[in-house]
Ligand binder design. Structure first.
Ligand SMILES: Cc1cc2nc3c(=O)[nH]c(=O)nc-3n(C[C@H](O)[C@H](O)[C@H](O)COP(=O)(O)OP(=O)(O)OC[C@H]3O[C@@H](n4cnc5c(N)ncnc54)[C@H](O)[C@@H]3O)c2cc1C
Length: 496
């Protein structure tokens, strides 16, 4: 039977937040012949809608769907993002930028940071950020699109967006409905199941919606995977104790809009600052065992550098994930599958990773075990690596000024992170994996930014003579600085 004769898979997406509409658009745009998509959402329940900072992978999502960048940016009041600035994490007064992109370029097959470490130890070179065009552009508030030669360190960097999350789902909704996605407004009150197969969901007005494959995008409620199928929850709050956030937007300051997100460590967590075109998003992510809600809200309001535009909004969550993201014929995407705090802006990336993996393993009307296992292995790896990377930001600290920092500094960490730290400390090597988050330059940025200094480096980095190496590094830093100075300001790049 050729594919033209196959019955389309009936996909029912439960939830219309960022995860729901990104999934709907992905399936409608990329698999129009394989499935028919229905999305059910409840305006009365609403969406989380605070995810404002993203990773460069989102560009690929938009490109694959043929969504015009300028149209998307205008619809969501987006700005460009070159990385995240971390303040006060290892010590109060510290500051570093974790950029998208690499540092310098490899020499004789050895990563740049090994040469840098050798000369930095001798006090002969500027901070490693001087060798990243992304860092220098962020610090100088400049932006232009990266050059086409990825091996040219003066023009090669990555970028993402900071956008108004409440506008992204409606933008994708219009796009998806124009491509045949059916939207149903209503509240789901129950799910029919046979074993671990969901056959239909029922709405509060009695309507019943049947499907072959259900994508649970119902947010923290996890209506199908968590409630109907009772997939167990793996709790990571020992390592990631932040369990609440208070969020408030404020007016933009009069100076240039920053092309980066800022994360500032606080006494019981950290505070985000995300500049958009029309306002600044702010929030304090905190551990309720170490600070009260009122104290957290007061600390956030005191730190704003603009006028609040709304009352503070409280959110509660738990760090962890469902043991499997795909069980039976239910695939959870977004908050319904798990949550890792937004310190590295990874949630929307995880949504995208799940959509990509679902498309790669897209079932016929019957789900094959191999596809489900392949999907779960891919998503587990993503979650576990991001978890370790986030824990590093907390654990690698010298702060002793609060019960929160004392806990995270002295806690045991997962073996997988302990192994990575040991490898870095002894030889400046970063555990390698082929794809997914986070790759070598990100680990280098955060290890160094958090003051985790290795005792050694790749011995091949000792080969070039010191004076020649210093000259080469000096001219590279200068070439990056000159190139960045020729870029327009971020405001001009935004057309403001
Ligand atoms: C404090 C905080 C900050 C964050 N910051 C970032 C960030 O900077 N970057 C980032 O990438 N991510 C961030 N995130 C995560 C991001 O907000 C989410 O990953 C993203 O919005 C996806 O959410 P969702 O669609 O899974 O869930 P939701 O937005 O909660 O959507 C759930 C949907 O399910 C529907 N629904 C629920 N129950 C029912 C029912 N019974 N019947 C019908 N419909 C129902 C709701 O109506 C809604 O449409 C942040 C999250 C939090 C909590």
């Amino acid at each position: 039977m050729d594919s033209g004769e196959k019955r389309k898979v009936r996909v029912v997406i439960v939830g219309g937040g960022t995860a729901g509409w990104m999934t709907a658009a992905g399936l409608a745009g990329l698999l129009p012949a394989a499935c028919e998509v229905t999305l059910i959402e409840s305006e009365a329940i609403g969406i989380v809608g605070v995810g404002e900072a993203t990773l460069p992978h989102l560009r690929l999502y938009l490109e694959r769907l043929g969504i015009d960048e300028a149209e998307f940016m205008a619809a969501t009041e987006a700005t460009y993002k070159l990385g995240i600035e971390f303040r006060d994490f290892a010590r109060i007064g510290d500051r570093y930028i974790h950029p998208f992109g690499t540092y310098g370029r490899p020499l004789s097959g050895v990563a740049f940071h090994h040469y840098w470490l050798r000369r930095a130890q001798a006090g002969a070179v500027p901070p490693i950020g001087a060798f990243s065009a992304g860092v220098v552009a962020a610090e100088r508030r400049r932006f232009e699109r990266p050059g086409s030669d990825p091996s040219d360190p003066t023009t090669s960097f990555g970028y993402a967006y900071q956008f108004d999350a409440t506008r992204f789902a409606p933008f994708l909704r219009d796009w998806s409905e124009a491509r045949g996605v059916t939207r149903i407004e209503g509240r789901i009150v129950s799910a029919d199941r046979q074993g671990d197969t969901v056959t239909a969901v029922t709405l509060d007005d009695g309507r019943r919606v049947e499907g072959d494959l259900f994508v649970d995008c119902s947010g923290f409620r996890s209506l199908l995977l968590g409630e109907a199928l009772a997939e167990p929850w793996e709790d990571w709050s020992h390592w990631l104790p932040c369990d609440r956030a208070v969020a408030v937007p404020c007016t933009s300051p009069p100076d240039t809009i920053e092309p980066f997100t800022r994360a500032t460590a606080m006494s019981a967590g950290w505070r985000w600052r995300i500049p958009l075109r029309h306002r600044v998003g702010n929030g304090y992510v905190y551990a309720s065992g170490h600070i009260s809600d009122d104290e957290a809200a007061a600390a956030l309001l005191a730190a704003l550098n603009g006028q609040p535009l709304a009352d503070p909004r409280m959110l509660r969550f738990r760090a962890g994930r469902r043991r499997r993201s795909w069980a039976g014929n239910v695939v959870a995407v977004g908050l319904a599958s798990g949550f890792l705090e937004p310190l590295e802006s990874t949630s929307i990336y995880l949504v995208q990773a799940a959509i990509t993996s679902l498309i790669e393993h897209f079932p016929d009307s019957r789900v094959a075990d191999a596809d489900r296992d392949g999907f779960n292995a891919a998503i587990d790896a993503e979650y576990d690596r991001i978890r370790d990377f986030l824990i590093l930001h907390y654990h690698a600290t010298e702060r002793t000024d609060s019960t929160f920092w004392n806990h995270v500094r002295t806690m045991t960490v997962p073996d997988t992170l302990a192994d990575k730290l040991a490898l870095w400390r002894s030889s400046a090597q970063v555990a390698k994996y082929g794809h997914g988050l986070f790759l070598e330059p990100s680990w280098v940025a955060v290890y160094l930014g958090q003051r985790v200094l290795p005792t050694g480096w790749d011995p091949r980095a000792d080969r070039p003579d010191a004076a020649g190496l210093d000259r080469a590094l000096g001219s590279l830093a200068q070439a990056i600085a000159d190139r960045v100075d020729a870029m327009p300001s971020h405001d001009r790049a935004l057309g403001l």
